[in-house]
Design a protein around this ligand. Structure first.
Ligand SMILES: [Zn+2]
Length: 174
């Protein structure tokens, strides 16, 4: 990727660059960076943190995520791995965005329940102009993983959960 994400230290704001699209701009009035010139046409309506989530700091750190795209910690920080997010976006363009919103869900709900957090994130995309684009991208990505998983359910269950929670607000299970 042409640019690594940077965090605006001291502002409690983090800006992440995902496949040429700036992700998070936490209400600071910072200008949105221009998309990479080679980036394909991308939707403009992305989810943004708001309210009590504005103090969450997003930090690129692949060591912290230990193979995952992103993780949230109890200190209201989200660590993400740019190379992993790029990988996800190459497999399913736009899917990387969901992983960030999912991590904000852990913080918003103060919960480790992956299904509830998935559903929260999917519902959040109802507020986003291009929400359907991101939900479908993430669902396509998860469909690639058919194996059962105790925490998330199978990839297919996860994909269906995202579509269901996005379309009608829930429920989170199965
Ligand atoms: Zn999670």
């Amino acid at each position: 990727m042409p640019a690594a994400a940077t965090s605006a230290r001291g502002l409690g704001v983090a800006v992440g660059l995902i496949a040429g699209v700036v992700f998070g701009l936490a209400g600071s009035g910072l200008p949105i960076a221009a998309p990479a010139s080679a980036a394909p046409k991308t939707p403009t309506g992305m989810w943004r943190p708001y309210g009590a989530l504005l103090d969450v700091v997003v930090v690129p750190d692949c060591d912290k995520t230990a193979g995952a795209a992103a993780i949230a910690d109890p200190e209201r920080r989200i660590y993400y791995c740019p190379t992993r997010v790029d990988y996800i976006n190459r497999r399913a363009p736009g899917a990387g965005h969901f992983f960030f919103v999912h991590e904000f869900g852990h913080i918003a709900l103060d919960s480790g329940d992956e299904r509830e957090v998935d559903c929260w994130a999917a519902r959040e995309f109802r507020k986003v102009a291009d929400g359907a684009y991101y939900i479908e991208a993430a669902a396509r990505f998860f469909m690639r993983f058919p194996r059962p998983d105790d925490k998330y359910g199978s990839g297919k269950e996860r994909a269906l959960r995202l579509r269901r929670c996005y379309a009608d607000g829930g429920p989170a299970y199965p």
